[in-house]
Design a protein around this ligand. Structure first.
Ligand SMILES: C[S@@+](CC[C@H](N)C(=O)[O-])C[C@H]1O[C@@H](n2cnc3c(N)ncnc32)[C@H](O)[C@@H]1O
Length: 252
């Protein structure tokens, strides 16, 4: 059995190429539209699990003062470089979302692209919700999404993806365990280092939560759920949703 490196420490180098088809412009517009839908005008916005900062940069360009945390230093380093190249200011620091602490509360908090699914127990999810609530101003808004069981079963369970690029290749194997509601992924990267390709394995585990579970935990953490939309729409989520976008407001 090979030793695993921490999730996203090597994925970071391939992330933006592998996510080339993700429409981050649409995603940033969706966040902007959700704020508008609720007639909310945040200034300071924290993106937890901001990754390589793609959404943060776009939101900063729309005028939001953007802050970001991520567990993986390597992802943050790329976000920093990208922001500098685009002449955008991002305030980034490395932190586990379960340990989120802030010196000044934010008007809004985001957690996007299935990042919440990295919480593998209800206890961890509730901790994140409590931390987010504590890091928000009264009536502050929390926007996050979750991937659904349907998405995992249809697009990932027992599927292997592989691709060869100039500087890296990868093999991405997925298995969903319905009884635990866990999707287990092994990502093997071959990264070009000098004249050689070096092999690294990452092990990722993501958990599926139901809408009712999320709603109850939000409530216990001091939030009121405003909507659970089929992602990128203003339609209520349903059995055909692959991703659900939750918008909640901190109770006063
Ligand atoms: C699928 S990526 C999404 C990144 C980014 N939000 C985007 O839209 O591209 C998931 C991110 O969650 C981060 N992450 C996973 N567990 C975390 C934790 N406990 N605390 C903070 N970040 C975490 C990973 O490092 C990774 O950057």
């Amino acid at each position: 059995m090979s030793d695993f490196v921490n999730p996203y420490t090597k994925f970071a180098y391939a992330y933006d190429v592998m996510m080339e088809n993700v429409d981050y412009v649409r995603w940033a517009e969706y966040v902007d539209d959700l704020f508008a839908l609720y007639n909310y005008h945040p200034k300071r916005v924290l993106n937890i699990a901001c990754g390589t900062g793609s959404i943060d940069i776009l939101l900063a360009q729309k005028g939001y003062e953007m802050f970001g945390i991520d567990l993986a230093f390597e992802m943050l380093a790329l976000a920093k470089k990208k922001a500098e190249r685009r002449g955008v200011k991002l305030n980034l620091w490395q932190q586990d979302m379960r340990e989120l602490t802030v010196s000044k509360p934010f008007d809004a908090i985001l957690c996007l692209y299935d990042s919440i699914n990295y919480m593998t127990t209800e206890k961890d999810l509730k901790t994140v919700f409590i931390r987010a609530s504590e890091a928000l101003v009264p009536k502050g808004m929390f926007i996050f999404d979750v991937t659904t069981e349907r998405n995992i079963i249809k697009h990932f369970h027992m599927k292997t993806f592989a691709e060869s690029n100039k500087d890296f290749s990868y093999i991405w194997k997925n298995l969903y365990v319905p009884k635990d509601k866990l999707c287990k992924t092994i990502l093997t990267f071959f990264l070009k280092e000098g004249d050689c390709y070096k092999k690294y394995d990452e092990y990722h585990v993501q958990k599926i939560f139901s809408v009712d579970q999320v709603k109850d935990l939000l409530n216990e953490a001091g939030f009121k759920l405003l909507s659970s939309f089929d992602a990128f729409t203003f339609n209520k989520c349903g059995r055909s949703s692959d991703r659900i976008n939750f918008t909640a407001v901190k109770k006063t």
